[in-house]
Design a binder for this molecule. Structure first.
Ligand code: ZN
Ligand code: ZN
Length: 136
């Protein structure tokens, strides 16, 4: 398969998750990642390989400027999507086939999701404290 951004070859990489193996395509030049439909979510939740997204985030930022790309599976123009919760993360989606992420984006995606979880927990604690303060 060819990278939809820089047209270099993409290499299949196996990632072990708790629910089995997931195949991900990684570009040998720009280190962009292609996830077949559903796989990004699977890997995000059960992350076991931190070395998967080891691309240069700076390079990723350059390639992030390229938003008009075609789906490597069906050649239709992909939709550029901003993550609704993390608008600085932008990726390309083919509704039928999958998601393309630039180098560094997937790691970002996961870290921010974790941070979000912490924010949520802190929120709950915050509320918990104020409830306690109301007592007495
Ligand atoms: Zn590439
Ligand atoms: Zn497609």
């Amino acid at each position: 398969m060819r990278c939809p951004k820089c047209f270099a070859d993409m290499k299949e990489q196996k990632v072990l998750t708790q629910s089995g193996e997931v195949m991900i395509d990684k570009c040998e030049r720009c280190a962009g990642l292609w996830f077949d439909q559903g796989e990004a979510e699977k890997v995000k939740d059960e992350w076991t390989s931190v070395t998967l997204d080891d691309g240069d985030a700076y390079l990723g930022q350059i390639y992030n400027e390229i938003t008009k790309i075609d789906c490597p599976r069906c050649d239709k123009t992909m939709e550029s999507v901003k993550d609704p919760k993390q608008p600085h993360i932008q990726y390309e989606v083919c509704q039928e086939h999958g998601v393309f992420m630039d180098a560094g984006e997937f790691t970002d995606f996961r870290e921010l999701t974790l941070k979000e979880a912490f924010d949520h927990i802190l929120d709950i604690y915050g509320k918990g404290n104020s409830t306690q303060a109301d007592q007495d």
